[in-house]
Write a protein that binds this ligand. Structure first.
Ligand SMILES: Nc1ncnc2c1ncn2[C@@H]1O[C@H](COP(=O)(O)OP(=O)(O)OP(=O)(O)O)[C@@H](O)[C@H]1O
Ligand SMILES: [Mg+2]
Length: 489
Protein backbone atom coordinates (compact mmCIF):
# COMPACT_ATOMS: atom_id res chain seq x y z
CA UNK A 1 0.00 0.00 0.00
CA UNK A 2 1.13 3.50 -0.72
CA UNK A 3 0.13 6.31 1.54
CA UNK A 4 1.35 9.68 0.56
CA UNK A 5 -0.26 12.39 2.58
CA UNK A 6 2.36 14.97 1.79
CA UNK A 7 2.22 15.35 -1.94
CA UNK A 8 1.07 18.87 -1.89
CA UNK A 9 2.18 19.71 1.57
CA UNK A 10 3.42 23.10 0.50
CA UNK A 11 0.94 24.62 -1.82
CA UNK A 12 2.46 27.55 -3.65
CA UNK A 13 5.86 25.90 -3.82
CA UNK A 14 6.20 23.82 -6.94
CA UNK A 15 6.48 20.19 -5.80
CA UNK A 16 9.60 18.55 -7.10
CA UNK A 17 11.83 21.47 -6.29
CA UNK A 18 12.61 20.40 -2.72
CA UNK A 19 15.43 18.14 -1.57
CA UNK A 20 12.98 15.49 -0.36
CA UNK A 21 11.47 15.07 -3.75
CA UNK A 22 14.88 15.15 -5.42
CA UNK A 23 15.68 12.26 -3.10
CA UNK A 24 12.50 10.52 -4.12
CA UNK A 25 13.84 10.36 -7.65
CA UNK A 26 16.60 8.04 -6.67
CA UNK A 27 16.23 4.49 -8.00
CA UNK A 28 15.41 2.82 -4.66
CA UNK A 29 11.93 4.10 -4.95
CA UNK A 30 11.51 2.52 -8.32
CA UNK A 31 9.64 -0.41 -6.85
CA UNK A 32 7.17 1.42 -4.69
CA UNK A 33 4.45 0.78 -7.20
CA UNK A 34 3.09 1.89 -10.44
CA UNK A 35 0.78 4.39 -8.81
CA UNK A 36 3.52 6.25 -7.00
CA UNK A 37 5.65 6.40 -10.14
CA UNK A 38 2.84 7.73 -12.22
CA UNK A 39 1.91 10.20 -9.54
CA UNK A 40 5.42 11.48 -9.12
CA UNK A 41 5.88 11.78 -12.84
CA UNK A 42 2.76 13.88 -13.02
CA UNK A 43 3.88 16.14 -10.22
CA UNK A 44 7.42 16.51 -11.42
CA UNK A 45 6.39 16.93 -14.99
CA UNK A 46 4.16 19.77 -13.97
CA UNK A 47 6.85 21.28 -11.79
CA UNK A 48 9.34 21.24 -14.60
CA UNK A 49 6.83 22.93 -16.81
CA UNK A 50 6.83 25.63 -14.18
CA UNK A 51 3.29 24.86 -13.16
CA UNK A 52 1.50 23.39 -10.26
CA UNK A 53 -0.33 20.22 -11.30
CA UNK A 54 -3.98 20.81 -11.84
CA UNK A 55 -6.69 18.68 -10.36
CA UNK A 56 -8.00 17.75 -13.80
CA UNK A 57 -4.52 16.60 -14.77
CA UNK A 58 -4.15 14.48 -11.65
CA UNK A 59 -7.53 12.90 -12.29
CA UNK A 60 -6.91 12.16 -15.95
CA UNK A 61 -3.41 10.88 -15.26
CA UNK A 62 -4.83 8.52 -12.73
CA UNK A 63 -7.88 7.33 -14.63
CA UNK A 64 -6.58 7.49 -18.15
CA UNK A 65 -7.97 9.40 -21.08
CA UNK A 66 -11.71 9.34 -21.56
CA UNK A 67 -12.56 8.42 -17.97
CA UNK A 68 -13.94 11.90 -17.44
CA UNK A 69 -16.85 10.90 -19.61
CA UNK A 70 -17.83 8.02 -17.32
CA UNK A 71 -20.73 8.33 -14.94
CA UNK A 72 -20.09 9.72 -11.50
CA UNK A 73 -21.65 7.46 -8.91
CA UNK A 74 -22.63 9.26 -5.73
CA UNK A 75 -23.44 7.97 -2.26
CA UNK A 76 -24.55 10.27 0.52
CA UNK A 77 -25.07 9.92 4.26
CA UNK A 78 -26.44 12.22 6.97
CA UNK A 79 -23.87 14.69 8.28
CA UNK A 80 -23.44 12.88 11.62
CA UNK A 81 -22.32 9.77 9.73
CA UNK A 82 -19.10 11.45 8.57
CA UNK A 83 -17.07 9.47 11.07
CA UNK A 84 -18.65 6.21 9.94
CA UNK A 85 -18.04 6.98 6.28
CA UNK A 86 -14.38 7.62 7.13
CA UNK A 87 -14.20 4.41 9.17
CA UNK A 88 -15.68 2.51 6.23
CA UNK A 89 -13.35 4.18 3.74
CA UNK A 90 -10.29 3.50 5.88
CA UNK A 91 -11.22 -0.15 6.22
CA UNK A 92 -11.95 -0.48 2.51
CA UNK A 93 -8.66 1.18 1.57
CA UNK A 94 -6.75 -1.04 3.99
CA UNK A 95 -7.45 -4.09 1.83
CA UNK A 96 -4.02 -5.25 0.61
CA UNK A 97 -5.30 -5.60 -2.97
CA UNK A 98 -5.57 -1.82 -3.11
CA UNK A 99 -3.00 0.97 -3.25
CA UNK A 100 -4.02 4.55 -2.89
CA UNK A 101 -3.03 8.16 -2.53
CA UNK A 102 -4.85 11.09 -1.09
CA UNK A 103 -4.93 14.52 -2.68
CA UNK A 104 -6.30 17.47 -0.75
CA UNK A 105 -8.09 20.38 -2.39
CA UNK A 106 -7.30 23.99 -1.60
CA UNK A 107 -10.17 26.47 -1.40
CA UNK A 108 -12.80 23.77 -1.10
CA UNK A 109 -14.50 25.57 1.77
CA UNK A 110 -16.17 28.19 -0.30
CA UNK A 111 -17.49 26.14 -3.14
CA UNK A 112 -19.81 23.28 -3.84
CA UNK A 113 -18.46 21.12 -6.63
CA UNK A 114 -18.32 17.56 -7.77
CA UNK A 115 -15.87 15.30 -9.53
CA UNK A 116 -17.39 16.38 -12.84
CA UNK A 117 -16.39 19.98 -12.17
CA UNK A 118 -12.84 18.93 -11.41
CA UNK A 119 -12.54 16.98 -14.66
CA UNK A 120 -13.78 20.02 -16.51
CA UNK A 121 -10.90 22.14 -15.26
CA UNK A 122 -9.04 22.53 -18.55
CA UNK A 123 -7.45 25.92 -18.14
CA UNK A 124 -4.45 26.77 -16.09
CA UNK A 125 -6.48 28.14 -13.20
CA UNK A 126 -9.66 26.56 -12.02
CA UNK A 127 -12.48 29.07 -12.16
CA UNK A 128 -13.35 28.30 -8.54
CA UNK A 129 -9.75 28.55 -7.38
CA UNK A 130 -9.65 24.83 -6.71
CA UNK A 131 -6.22 23.30 -6.80
CA UNK A 132 -4.29 20.50 -5.12
CA UNK A 133 -3.70 21.33 -1.49
CA UNK A 134 -3.15 19.80 1.89
CA UNK A 135 -5.62 17.17 2.93
CA UNK A 136 -7.97 18.92 5.38
CA UNK A 137 -9.12 16.78 8.24
CA UNK A 138 -11.46 17.35 11.13
CA UNK A 139 -11.37 15.31 14.31
CA UNK A 140 -14.74 13.75 14.93
CA UNK A 141 -15.78 12.00 18.14
CA UNK A 142 -15.78 8.23 17.83
CA UNK A 143 -16.16 7.16 21.45
CA UNK A 144 -17.31 8.29 24.87
CA UNK A 145 -13.97 9.19 26.40
CA UNK A 146 -12.83 11.87 24.02
CA UNK A 147 -11.68 9.42 21.34
CA UNK A 148 -11.60 11.06 17.93
CA UNK A 149 -10.97 9.93 14.38
CA UNK A 150 -9.55 12.30 11.79
CA UNK A 151 -12.02 12.59 8.93
CA UNK A 152 -11.38 14.10 5.52
CA UNK A 153 -13.36 17.27 5.04
CA UNK A 154 -12.65 17.27 1.35
CA UNK A 155 -10.20 15.06 -0.47
CA UNK A 156 -9.67 12.85 -3.46
CA UNK A 157 -8.55 9.27 -3.08
CA UNK A 158 -6.74 7.83 -6.09
CA UNK A 159 -7.08 4.08 -5.84
CA UNK A 160 -5.55 1.27 -7.87
CA UNK A 161 -6.91 -2.25 -7.66
CA UNK A 162 -5.49 -4.61 -10.27
CA UNK A 163 -6.26 -3.05 -13.62
CA UNK A 164 -9.01 -0.83 -12.24
CA UNK A 165 -8.32 2.75 -11.27
CA UNK A 166 -10.79 4.63 -9.19
CA UNK A 167 -11.11 8.20 -8.03
CA UNK A 168 -13.24 9.09 -5.03
CA UNK A 169 -14.10 12.58 -3.88
CA UNK A 170 -15.18 12.58 -0.25
CA UNK A 171 -16.73 15.61 1.30
CA UNK A 172 -18.15 16.22 4.76
CA UNK A 173 -21.41 18.10 5.26
CA UNK A 174 -21.23 21.86 4.82
CA UNK A 175 -24.41 23.15 6.38
CA UNK A 176 -23.36 26.73 5.65
CA UNK A 177 -24.12 25.89 2.03
CA UNK A 178 -27.28 24.07 2.92
CA UNK A 179 -25.54 20.77 2.32
CA UNK A 180 -26.24 18.58 5.31
CA UNK A 181 -24.96 15.34 3.92
CA UNK A 182 -21.61 13.63 3.58
CA UNK A 183 -20.99 12.67 0.01
CA UNK A 184 -18.75 10.30 -1.83
CA UNK A 185 -18.44 10.61 -5.60
CA UNK A 186 -16.82 7.82 -7.51
CA UNK A 187 -15.48 7.43 -11.05
CA UNK A 188 -13.64 4.35 -12.23
CA UNK A 189 -11.63 3.56 -15.32
CA UNK A 190 -14.00 0.60 -15.61
CA UNK A 191 -17.52 2.05 -15.54
CA UNK A 192 -18.90 -1.13 -14.03
CA UNK A 193 -16.57 -0.80 -11.04
CA UNK A 194 -17.85 2.50 -9.65
CA UNK A 195 -21.28 1.22 -8.49
CA UNK A 196 -19.60 -1.83 -6.99
CA UNK A 197 -17.14 0.36 -5.07
CA UNK A 198 -20.03 2.52 -3.87
CA UNK A 199 -21.87 -0.53 -2.56
CA UNK A 200 -18.75 -1.89 -0.90
CA UNK A 201 -18.02 1.38 0.87
CA UNK A 202 -21.60 1.74 2.04
CA UNK A 203 -21.39 -1.75 3.47
CA UNK A 204 -17.99 -1.02 5.06
CA UNK A 205 -19.35 2.19 6.64
CA UNK A 206 -22.10 0.13 8.22
CA UNK A 207 -19.81 -2.69 9.27
CA UNK A 208 -17.34 -0.32 10.89
CA UNK A 209 -19.96 2.08 12.22
CA UNK A 210 -18.45 3.59 15.37
CA UNK A 211 -21.89 4.12 16.93
CA UNK A 212 -22.57 0.39 17.14
CA UNK A 213 -22.72 -0.88 20.70
CA UNK A 214 -22.39 2.63 22.11
CA UNK A 215 -24.64 4.79 24.24
CA UNK A 216 -25.62 7.85 22.24
CA UNK A 217 -28.01 10.71 22.51
CA UNK A 218 -29.60 12.39 19.57
CA UNK A 219 -29.64 16.13 19.83
CA UNK A 220 -29.52 19.20 17.76
CA UNK A 221 -26.96 21.96 17.60
CA UNK A 222 -28.45 24.87 19.47
CA UNK A 223 -26.50 27.47 17.55
CA UNK A 224 -25.37 27.62 13.98
CA UNK A 225 -26.97 25.40 11.42
CA UNK A 226 -29.01 23.20 13.76
CA UNK A 227 -27.29 20.09 12.54
CA UNK A 228 -28.24 16.79 14.07
CA UNK A 229 -25.66 15.75 16.61
CA UNK A 230 -24.98 12.35 18.03
CA UNK A 231 -23.20 12.45 21.36
CA UNK A 232 -21.41 9.55 22.98
CA UNK A 233 -21.97 8.77 26.64
CA UNK A 234 -20.14 6.46 28.92
CA UNK A 235 -22.26 3.40 29.67
CA UNK A 236 -23.48 3.64 33.25
CA UNK A 237 -22.57 0.87 35.65
CA UNK A 238 -25.50 -0.09 37.82
CA UNK A 239 -25.94 -3.40 39.58
CA UNK A 240 -29.31 -5.01 40.25
CA UNK A 241 -29.08 -4.20 43.96
CA UNK A 242 -28.95 -0.49 43.15
CA UNK A 243 -32.39 -0.60 41.64
CA UNK A 244 -35.13 -1.11 44.19
CA UNK A 245 -38.31 -2.21 42.48
CA UNK A 246 -40.96 -4.71 43.43
CA UNK A 247 -39.66 -8.10 42.30
CA UNK A 248 -42.56 -8.61 39.91
CA UNK A 249 -42.05 -5.14 38.38
CA UNK A 250 -38.37 -5.75 37.80
CA UNK A 251 -39.13 -9.19 36.38
CA UNK A 252 -41.59 -7.69 33.89
CA UNK A 253 -39.07 -5.11 32.71
CA UNK A 254 -36.30 -7.67 32.48
CA UNK A 255 -38.42 -10.12 30.56
CA UNK A 256 -39.44 -7.57 27.99
CA UNK A 257 -36.04 -6.01 27.43
CA UNK A 258 -33.24 -8.33 28.49
CA UNK A 259 -34.75 -11.79 28.16
CA UNK A 260 -36.04 -11.25 24.65
CA UNK A 261 -32.53 -10.16 23.63
CA UNK A 262 -30.98 -13.14 25.35
CA UNK A 263 -33.23 -15.70 23.67
CA UNK A 264 -33.28 -13.93 20.35
CA UNK A 265 -32.13 -16.88 18.24
CA UNK A 266 -34.68 -19.31 19.59
CA UNK A 267 -37.51 -16.78 19.50
CA UNK A 268 -36.79 -15.97 15.87
CA UNK A 269 -36.58 -19.64 14.97
CA UNK A 270 -39.98 -20.09 16.56
CA UNK A 271 -41.40 -17.29 14.41
CA UNK A 272 -41.73 -14.80 17.26
CA UNK A 273 -41.09 -11.11 16.85
CA UNK A 274 -38.22 -9.29 18.54
CA UNK A 275 -39.36 -5.72 18.09
CA UNK A 276 -40.93 -4.58 21.31
CA UNK A 277 -42.11 -1.54 23.16
CA UNK A 278 -42.08 -0.90 26.89
CA UNK A 279 -43.73 2.02 28.62
CA UNK A 280 -42.53 2.89 32.12
CA UNK A 281 -44.91 5.16 33.92
CA UNK A 282 -45.24 6.43 37.44
CA UNK A 283 -44.89 9.55 39.57
CA UNK A 284 -41.71 11.65 39.39
CA UNK A 285 -38.77 10.25 41.33
CA UNK A 286 -39.89 6.63 41.32
CA UNK A 287 -37.04 5.44 39.17
CA UNK A 288 -38.06 5.56 35.51
CA UNK A 289 -34.80 7.17 34.43
CA UNK A 290 -32.95 5.02 36.96
CA UNK A 291 -34.47 1.87 35.41
CA UNK A 292 -33.41 3.00 31.95
CA UNK A 293 -29.89 3.47 33.28
CA UNK A 294 -29.98 0.00 34.76
CA UNK A 295 -31.12 -1.50 31.45
CA UNK A 296 -28.43 0.44 29.59
CA UNK A 297 -25.88 -0.89 32.00
CA UNK A 298 -26.98 -4.50 31.64
CA UNK A 299 -27.27 -4.49 27.86
CA UNK A 300 -23.56 -4.25 27.13
CA UNK A 301 -23.03 -4.48 23.38
CA UNK A 302 -26.50 -3.13 22.59
CA UNK A 303 -26.62 0.24 20.87
CA UNK A 304 -28.56 2.62 23.10
CA UNK A 305 -30.02 5.70 21.49
CA UNK A 306 -31.64 8.36 23.57
CA UNK A 307 -33.87 10.95 22.03
CA UNK A 308 -33.81 14.13 24.06
CA UNK A 309 -36.35 16.89 24.39
CA UNK A 310 -35.15 19.12 21.59
CA UNK A 311 -34.65 16.25 19.20
CA UNK A 312 -38.01 14.57 19.32
CA UNK A 313 -38.63 15.44 15.69
CA UNK A 314 -35.65 13.24 14.78
CA UNK A 315 -37.58 10.14 15.66
CA UNK A 316 -37.48 8.81 12.09
CA UNK A 317 -33.73 9.28 11.96
CA UNK A 318 -33.25 7.66 15.37
CA UNK A 319 -35.33 4.68 14.25
CA UNK A 320 -33.27 4.24 11.14
CA UNK A 321 -30.03 4.31 13.15
CA UNK A 322 -31.54 1.81 15.62
CA UNK A 323 -32.56 -0.47 12.76
CA UNK A 324 -29.11 -0.30 11.19
CA UNK A 325 -27.25 -0.91 14.44
CA UNK A 326 -29.41 -3.52 16.10
CA UNK A 327 -29.50 -4.92 18.71
CA UNK A 328 -30.61 -1.51 19.81
CA UNK A 329 -32.62 0.17 22.53
CA UNK A 330 -34.28 3.44 21.64
CA UNK A 331 -35.16 5.48 24.71
CA UNK A 332 -37.64 8.31 24.63
CA UNK A 333 -37.99 9.83 28.06
CA UNK A 334 -40.94 11.94 29.08
CA UNK A 335 -42.79 10.91 25.97
CA UNK A 336 -45.81 12.89 27.23
CA UNK A 337 -43.95 15.98 26.07
CA UNK A 338 -44.35 14.90 22.48
CA UNK A 339 -47.92 13.84 23.12
CA UNK A 340 -48.63 17.34 24.32
CA UNK A 341 -47.02 18.88 21.30
CA UNK A 342 -50.05 19.16 19.10
CA UNK A 343 -48.20 21.11 16.45
CA UNK A 344 -50.36 22.74 13.85
CA UNK A 345 -53.29 20.43 14.30
CA UNK A 346 -55.27 20.95 17.49
CA UNK A 347 -56.43 17.72 19.02
CA UNK A 348 -53.80 15.62 17.27
CA UNK A 349 -50.34 14.52 18.33
CA UNK A 350 -48.31 14.44 15.15
CA UNK A 351 -45.00 13.62 16.82
CA UNK A 352 -46.44 10.90 18.96
CA UNK A 353 -48.24 9.42 15.97
CA UNK A 354 -45.06 9.64 14.00
CA UNK A 355 -43.29 7.73 16.75
CA UNK A 356 -45.99 5.08 16.80
CA UNK A 357 -45.86 4.83 13.02
CA UNK A 358 -42.10 4.44 13.09
CA UNK A 359 -42.46 1.71 15.69
CA UNK A 360 -44.99 0.06 13.47
CA UNK A 361 -42.84 0.38 10.37
CA UNK A 362 -39.89 -1.45 11.84
CA UNK A 363 -39.57 -5.07 10.74
CA UNK A 364 -40.91 -7.58 13.24
CA UNK A 365 -37.58 -9.38 13.44
CA UNK A 366 -35.63 -6.21 14.22
CA UNK A 367 -33.99 -6.56 17.60
CA UNK A 368 -35.01 -3.09 18.67
CA UNK A 369 -36.66 -2.27 21.95
CA UNK A 370 -38.42 1.02 22.45
CA UNK A 371 -38.45 2.23 26.03
CA UNK A 372 -40.78 5.12 26.68
CA UNK A 373 -41.15 6.84 30.02
CA UNK A 374 -43.79 9.21 31.30
CA UNK A 375 -45.43 10.43 34.45
CA UNK A 376 -48.54 11.38 32.51
CA UNK A 377 -49.84 8.05 31.28
CA UNK A 378 -53.29 9.61 31.09
CA UNK A 379 -52.10 11.83 28.23
CA UNK A 380 -50.76 8.89 26.27
CA UNK A 381 -53.53 6.46 26.88
CA UNK A 382 -55.91 7.56 24.12
CA UNK A 383 -53.12 7.59 21.51
CA UNK A 384 -51.78 4.20 22.57
CA UNK A 385 -55.25 2.70 22.83
CA UNK A 386 -56.00 3.90 19.30
CA UNK A 387 -52.93 2.16 17.96
CA UNK A 388 -52.51 -1.10 19.79
CA UNK A 389 -49.51 -3.33 19.34
CA UNK A 390 -46.84 -0.65 19.49
CA UNK A 391 -46.29 -0.82 23.20
CA UNK A 392 -46.43 -4.44 24.26
CA UNK A 393 -46.07 -3.74 27.92
CA UNK A 394 -46.79 -0.87 30.25
CA UNK A 395 -45.13 -1.16 33.63
CA UNK A 396 -46.08 1.10 36.48
CA UNK A 397 -43.39 2.18 38.89
CA UNK A 398 -45.23 2.75 42.14
CA UNK A 399 -44.24 4.80 45.10
CA UNK A 400 -42.17 2.51 47.29
CA UNK A 401 -44.01 0.45 49.92
CA UNK A 402 -42.54 -0.10 53.40
CA UNK A 403 -40.27 -2.93 52.28
CA UNK A 404 -39.05 -0.94 49.30
CA UNK A 405 -38.43 2.09 51.52
CA UNK A 406 -36.42 -0.06 53.89
CA UNK A 407 -34.35 -1.37 50.97
CA UNK A 408 -33.87 2.16 49.63
CA UNK A 409 -32.80 3.31 53.07
CA UNK A 410 -30.17 0.58 53.18
CA UNK A 411 -29.04 1.30 49.63
CA UNK A 412 -28.53 5.01 50.15
CA UNK A 413 -27.09 4.61 53.57
CA UNK A 414 -24.16 2.79 51.98
CA UNK A 415 -21.27 2.60 54.42
CA UNK A 416 -22.58 5.41 56.61
CA UNK A 417 -23.01 4.57 60.32
CA UNK A 418 -26.62 5.17 61.23
CA UNK A 419 -28.49 4.56 64.49
CA UNK A 420 -31.50 2.68 63.15
CA UNK A 421 -33.39 2.43 66.45
CA UNK A 422 -36.00 4.86 65.11
CA UNK A 423 -36.10 3.41 61.60
CA UNK A 424 -39.57 1.88 61.86
CA UNK A 425 -40.93 5.27 62.82
CA UNK A 426 -39.07 6.90 59.88
CA UNK A 427 -40.49 4.29 57.51
CA UNK A 428 -43.98 4.87 58.83
CA UNK A 429 -43.67 8.63 58.42
CA UNK A 430 -42.37 8.30 54.86
CA UNK A 431 -45.44 6.59 53.46
CA UNK A 432 -46.05 8.10 50.01
CA UNK A 433 -42.57 9.53 49.39
CA UNK A 434 -40.41 8.69 46.39
CA UNK A 435 -37.09 6.91 46.16
CA UNK A 436 -35.32 10.16 45.55
CA UNK A 437 -36.85 11.54 48.76
CA UNK A 438 -35.18 8.77 50.77
CA UNK A 439 -31.90 9.37 49.04
CA UNK A 440 -32.09 13.02 50.00
CA UNK A 441 -33.12 12.11 53.56
CA UNK A 442 -29.89 10.21 54.10
CA UNK A 443 -27.84 12.98 52.59
CA UNK A 444 -29.40 15.55 54.90
CA UNK A 445 -29.01 13.35 57.95
CA UNK A 446 -25.34 12.86 57.07
CA UNK A 447 -24.95 16.61 56.71
CA UNK A 448 -26.48 17.22 60.13
CA UNK A 449 -24.14 14.63 61.61
CA UNK A 450 -21.19 16.25 59.86
CA UNK A 451 -21.94 19.70 61.30
CA UNK A 452 -22.15 18.12 64.75
CA UNK A 453 -19.08 15.90 64.51
CA UNK A 454 -15.60 17.38 64.96
CA UNK A 455 -13.21 17.10 61.98
CA UNK A 456 -11.31 13.80 62.04
CA UNK A 457 -13.99 11.82 63.87
CA UNK A 458 -15.97 9.19 62.00
CA UNK A 459 -19.39 10.35 60.91
CA UNK A 460 -22.28 8.69 62.76
CA UNK A 461 -25.90 9.59 62.10
CA UNK A 462 -27.92 9.53 65.33
CA UNK A 463 -31.62 8.77 65.56
CA UNK A 464 -32.01 12.48 66.32
CA UNK A 465 -30.23 13.51 63.09
CA UNK A 466 -32.46 11.22 61.12
CA UNK A 467 -35.61 12.55 62.76
CA UNK A 468 -34.55 16.19 62.30
CA UNK A 469 -33.67 15.62 58.66
CA UNK A 470 -37.04 13.99 58.09
CA UNK A 471 -38.87 16.88 59.77
CA UNK A 472 -37.05 19.35 57.55
CA UNK A 473 -37.74 17.45 54.38
CA UNK A 474 -41.40 16.84 55.14
CA UNK A 475 -41.75 20.52 55.97
CA UNK A 476 -40.12 21.53 52.70
CA UNK A 477 -42.27 19.10 50.84
CA UNK A 478 -45.43 20.28 52.47
CA UNK A 479 -44.52 23.92 51.90
CA UNK A 480 -43.82 23.16 48.25
CA UNK A 481 -47.06 21.27 47.92
CA UNK A 482 -48.95 24.09 49.61
CA UNK A 483 -47.37 26.61 47.27
CA UNK A 484 -48.01 24.48 44.23
CA UNK A 485 -51.61 24.00 45.22
CA UNK A 486 -51.92 27.70 45.73
CA UNK A 487 -53.02 27.35 49.34
CA UNK A 488 -49.90 28.74 51.03
CA UNK A 489 -50.87 31.10 53.66
N1 LIG B 1 -36.43 2.43 42.29
C1 LIG B 1 -35.31 3.07 42.67
N2 LIG B 1 -34.28 2.39 43.22
C2 LIG B 1 -33.18 3.05 43.59
N3 LIG B 1 -33.00 4.37 43.46
C3 LIG B 1 -33.98 5.09 42.92
C4 LIG B 1 -35.19 4.46 42.49
N4 LIG B 1 -35.99 5.42 41.99
C5 LIG B 1 -35.33 6.57 42.08
N5 LIG B 1 -34.13 6.40 42.64
C6 LIG B 1 -33.16 7.45 42.92
O1 LIG B 1 -33.80 8.70 42.72
C7 LIG B 1 -33.20 9.41 41.66
C8 LIG B 1 -34.29 10.04 40.79
O2 LIG B 1 -35.05 9.04 40.18
P1 LIG B 1 -35.39 9.04 38.61
O3 LIG B 1 -34.69 10.15 37.96
O4 LIG B 1 -35.16 7.68 38.09
O5 LIG B 1 -36.94 9.35 38.67
P2 LIG B 1 -37.96 9.42 37.46
O6 LIG B 1 -38.99 8.38 37.73
O7 LIG B 1 -37.25 9.31 36.18
O8 LIG B 1 -38.59 10.85 37.68
P3 LIG B 1 -39.12 11.92 36.60
O9 LIG B 1 -40.54 11.55 36.30
O10 LIG B 1 -39.03 13.19 37.36
O11 LIG B 1 -38.24 11.86 35.43
C9 LIG B 1 -32.39 8.39 40.89
O12 LIG B 1 -31.26 8.98 40.32
C10 LIG B 1 -32.01 7.39 41.95
O13 LIG B 1 -30.85 7.82 42.61
MG1 LIG C 1 -36.90 10.69 34.62
Amino acid sequence: MVRSYGWFAAPGVAPGGGAAVEGDLRPELADVGRLARRGLRAVIGAARAGERPQLSRILSDHLGAGAGAHDVVEETWPGYDHVNVQAGLDAWLADPRRTWELVGIANFQHTMFGLGDLFADEGRHHPMGLRPGNPATVNVACGPDGEVRPCQRCGIYLVVEGEVRTTMLVRGASPEFGNERVSLQIVSSDPAAAPRVATEIRAAALEHNVFRGQVLSFGQEVFGHRQTLLRFHRRPVLTADQLILRPETLAEVQRQVVEVARHKGRLLAAGQHLKRGLLLYGPPGTGKTHTVRYLTSSLVGTTVLQLTGNAMHLVAEACSVARALQPAMLVIEDVDLIAEDRGMHPGRHPLLFQLLNEMDGLAEDADVVFVLTTNRADLLEPALAARPGRVDQAVVLDLPDTDARRALFELYRGSLRVDTSGLDDVLARTEGVTASFLKELLRRAALLAATRTPEGEELAVSAGDLGAALDELLDTRNAMTRTLLGSAG
